[in-house]
Design a protein around this ligand. Structure first.
Ligand SMILES: *Cc1c(COP(=O)(O)O)cnc(C)c1O
Length: 231
């Protein structure tokens, strides 16, 4: 098979279908977010032409540029990168989702800056399930309090939790990290929060994430290819 964006996208869709089937989950139970950071707007346009609607960006400036370049397309924009408080406005004004809420200050700014004529911004609280110092995300023991505070903000809609596990060859350790996020979400639901999203799983590990209950996988390189420049 020739290696084109459309063939890679179809392979990822097939992996997702197979993972759902293996996990006994309904076809379509897991949404595919195409992570397009570092790739040009033309690649997103091509993926859109293949039926992809949700795109994830990590850098505020890139989000802004691509929103402008692709304003003619009905794209659902997801911001998934680390958020600094002086850069929240672009996300509040452009994105449909933000997955990387790891402290209340960021959430408060997004809520305050969300334009009144837009629906509330869908958000996930990012949890550092691996405990690695270098990872963003709140500590697991802080997640419940942060989620409750975020859920109370008027211009945000808390949808669930997000994680980036520690990369590992150890399947049991990976599964345990995904399961930890699922259990945190279940605990919050038991407290009465209405959550429908577990944002977990990337190119290398979407299958174990789906097996542990992911409702949205964030897939970049398996769709767009190798990322050639680092920020
Ligand atoms: C880059 C990125 C992804 C996609 O990673 P791939 O390994 O290219 O699939 C997913 N989530 C986040 C938060 C990312 O930064």
């Amino acid at each position: 098979m020739t290696d084109t964006l459309s063939s890679r996208l179809e392979q990822v869709r097939e992996r997702l279908r197979a993972a759902c089937e293996a996990a006994g989950r309904a076809d379509g139970a897991v949404a595919l977010l195409a992570v397009s950071k570092t790739f040009p707007a033309a690649d997103l346009r091509e993926a859109f032409g293949c039926g992809q609607r949700a795109f994830g960006e990590n850098y505020v400036q890139e989000l802004q540029q691509k929103c402008e370049a692709l304003a003619d397309l009905a794209i659902e924009w997801h911001f998934i990168g680390p958020l600094q408080s002086n850069k929240t406005r672009v996300v509040a004004e452009r994105a449909h989702w933000a997955h990387s809420i790891d402290r209340l200050k960021i959430a408060e700014r997004l809520s305050a800056q969300r334009p009144d004529d837009m629906p509330p911004l869908n958000v996930c609280v990012q949890v550092n399930v691996s405990g690695e110092d270098s990872k963003s995300g709140c500590a697991p023991e802080e997640a419940a309090a942060l989620a409750r505070a975020v859920a109370a903000l008027p211009r945000l809609r808390l949808r669930g939790l997000m994680c980036i596990p520690e990369p590992t060859e150890d399947a049991a350790s990976l599964a345990a990290q995904f399961a930890a996020l699922r259990r945190l979400k279940e605990g919050l639901e038991a407290e009465g929060l209405a959550l429908d999203t577990l944002s977990m799983g990337m190119s290398a590990d979407l299958e174990p994430a789906v097996a542990e209950g992911a409702t949205l996988v964030r897939v970049g390189s398996a769709i767009f290819g190798h990322r050639s420049y680092a920020h």
